[in-house]
Design a protein around this ligand. Structure first.
Ligand SMILES: [Zn+2]
Length: 224
């Protein structure tokens, strides 16, 4: 439904642009005026690389996969007119207080911290999303549902667990673990065709932010 709406909006804006009706399409997109913070997990220091997997002699670090996803999600949200603030640069070491401050300074309404899970079992994989405050639950549920819809991995649901960047930000936040980097089949897929994972994952995050910002919260007791 949301994807159909996005397609329809893209068509309308494309036609408007073609006929010279709008001056700048994305500036008037459905998320114009909204600010979203995306946090690529890890890289708080040189040693903070997150989960690791090595496939055929190539080592993949979670911090880099997290970065790929936020860059892709940022482009999708900006195409809808949103302003997206990233809490760190690609090869920048940034501590959590600075990340919180950057999200707040940007005026972000919501923050999503992107992670990828790790396990000693190279076959395990599922999608899970963490949150801390009661006010985080809606974005956590939307992120989880849209990630599962896009990626199709087993749905482990949302968990309230005071993890990472969801603990102290000034805005509602969620921490996503869309898939396991330690899963050998997925790590190999990431190396061979990164877009096959990054594309649907970033689409799920963009869909979640879109729904969060454009749909009123349901009344208590009517939540799915
Ligand atoms: Zn992580």
């Amino acid at each position: 439904m949301v994807r159909k709406l996005i397609l329809l909006l893209a068509l309308v804006f494309g036609l408007a642009l073609a006929f010279g009706v709008t001056r700048a399409g994305a500036d008037h997109g459905p998320l114009h005026g909204h600010v979203i913070a995306l946090d690529a997990g890890h890289s708080e220091s040189a040693s903070d690389v997150g989960a690791i997997n090595t496939i055929g002699g190539t080592t993949i670090y979670e911090k880099d996969v997290n970065w790929d996803v936020v860059v892709s999600a940022k482009a999708k949200l900006e195409a809808l007119g949103a302003t997206v603030a990233l809490t760190r640069g690609e090869n920048e070491f940034v501590d959590r207080p600075t990340r919180y401050q950057r999200a707040a300074d940007a005026g972000a309404e919501v923050l999503v911290s992107v992670h990828h899970n790790g396990s000693t079992d190279p076959t395990i994989n599922y999608t899970v999303t963490f949150f801390t405050q009661k006010s985080d639950e809606r974005i956590a549920r939307l992120a989880q549902n849209h990630l599962v819809a896009q990626l199709g991995f087993p749905d482990s649901g949302i968990r309230r667990n005071a993890f990472g960047m969801t603990v102290k930000p000034k805005m509602p936040s969620a921490l996503t673990e869309a898939w396991f980097l330690t899963n050998d089949a997925l790590a190999a897929q990431y190396l061979a065709d990164p877009a096959s994972l990054i594309g649907p994952e970033s689409q799920g995050l963009a869909d979640a932010a879109f729904e969060y910002l454009t749909t009123p919260a349901s009344k208590p007791g009517k939540q799915r």
